[in-house]
Design a protein around this ligand. Sequence first.
Ligand code: COA
Ligand code: AMP
Length: 638
Amino acid sequence: MSRYDAVYARSIQDPEGFWAEAANDVHWFRRWDRVLDRSRAPFDRWFVGGKTNSCYNALDLHVERGRGEQLALIYDSPLANVVRSFTYRELRDEVARVAGGLTSLGVGQGDRVIIYMPMIPEAVMAMLACARIGAIHSVVFGGFAAPELAKRIDDAKPKLVISASCGLEPGKVIAYKPLVDEAIELSAAKPQTCLFLQRPQMQAALKLGRDRDWNDVMSGGRSADCVPLEATDPLYILYTSGTTGHPKGVVRDNGGHLVALKWSMKNVYGVDPGEVYWAASDIGWVVGHSYIVYAPLFHGCTTILYEGKPVGTPDPGAFWRVISQHGVRALFTAPTAFRAIKRDDPKGEHIRRYDLREFRTLFLAGERCDPDTLLWAQEKLAVPVIDHWWQTETGWPIGANCVGLGMLPVKPGSCTKPVPGYDVRFLDNNGREVPDGQLGNVVIRLPLPPGCLPTLWKADSEYEKWYLSSYPGYYKTADAGFRDLDGYISIMSRTDDIINVAGHRLSTGAMEEVLASHPDIAECAVIGVADALKGEVPIGLVVLKSGVVREHKDIVSELIQIVRDRVGPVASFKKATIVKRLPKTRSGKIVRGTIKKIAEGTEYIIPPTIDDPATLDEISASLKTLGYAPVMAPAGPR
Ligand code: COA
Ligand code: AMP
């Protein structure tokens, strides 16, 4: 039995003993009364009665234990042309000052604070400052448009919105202030105060009364201490795409999250305190929350906040420059970043320009990693490349090759085995386990391990409906996959309408809602189609209302613009076409899977339930105009 097998078996047989032991590794102001409380099942809670503080565990504890002069955070921005570092002592003092500033604005325990900021140190400080005083942060990714920000403001009802004057993208400065203003204009739950950090690249004109300048507020000189919080108190809400246009507010608690994330650093990622760990993601995503901010700091590592891209800032050697300059041991990013690097530097020539001897492991997640990309990275970097699988909801990996528990052989296309704590099963639509090798609905047997979502923000029944009701006793991941005879798991696709665009999770349903609101549109479908760089990109197929005689190209450009304006540029919605009708089954369901196959040029079978097979020929012709090359369907029931 391997070390992984033994640890995994124990975590499933005795979850309470297993996690109680892991919990000894973190600081508690008060020890818990019960490790796992299932009295309100399915709303299971970890470490009930325990008191802790996530910011204390991330910063103060390390200063007190002698890591004060070690670097905690390195901000590296090729876009701003700045590298700035903070020791644990400096970061603790800054965060205490920011926490004092928030307190002076009337923010206290349980208040929500929306953080809509670019990848700058003040964003990390704002998150940790909230954690320090028990305010609940909700970070919104900068690539979302104002209406998406407004939805999150309306749901979280924040006392404060923290933003910056601008974000930086290659070749452009993006003004954030107008987006915040528009979002607040659109929202019903208007925050009392907005705090803006003025960046040198662009100043924002502040609105008298509502807006405050970050530096003015923080120069008040007061600091705030860590507040002991219940382990079950929320640390943050992170909104993620659901199957409707309404995002889901994933709640994260303090205690379970702290224990699980701290445990994962050594056991999943094989990293030791004092080492440099880099997650090249964005703080607006769960990867950024867990592995830029919290986990590396809980573990006493140096974390990197990178404001740049894998390519073009300035070249495809950007990642190797950061790794060698800062002594990174483990890098975590999305496969799409590697596809971009491989596209621009297929021979890996930029890799040879840097000394990467200290670099040990590459971790990829966020979307399915195609074997070609994994093998390319492995060959060029000569380090293990670990594909691992998780979700915003879980907050940390569900399936991985747990490097710290003894690395298992890598099988490209598989994320290896379930991580200790997760009892992963594969069910058919009737809830019966499918045999190994057969595709099934991927579910996790309850209880979920610590760190996973205890519920959705103010929406217990939605939590039950979306995640727990389809397969009683199990959490539904909404992924489809299989386990092979060696126990390796492969995650193949989503079972809902979520698509993954450059590692960003987006709902096609939300985009359809936007298209349907256009006055000329009668009906529409948004489909995720394979893309060599981004994994998947959305395309829109729309049917016009009768009597609309406008130029099609004008309508299409309006559609592209409204998705950009209402969902955000991050959706990468750049292709739409007007069709006479959408192919549907006799019961009126759009045959999205078949349309996807047609666009991707893979063979498809004409669905036996299709209402009119001729619609598929029409769609094929329309997709050709978008640059896709459909293959002919074999003869079917025409
Ligand atoms: N604020 C404002 N706009 C943003 C933004 C932000 N924080 N992040 C992205 N955007 C905009 C971009 O400027 C771009 O706009 P454009 O349509 O005007 O060009 C659009 O959103 C899409 O951005 P992006 O997804 O970054 O695509 P790209 O084509 O600029 O770059 C990659 C492609 C592959 C290099 C890039 O997607 C990448 O680095 N991906 C890694 C993804 C990742 O880390 N995912 C996290 C999950 S682990
Ligand atoms: P997010 O909540 O943004 O992290 O997206 C989670 C979804 O991304 C999962 O439900 C999967 O569909 C997909 N995903 C993440 N990591 C992987 C992976 N390693 N392999 C396959 N799919 C993945």
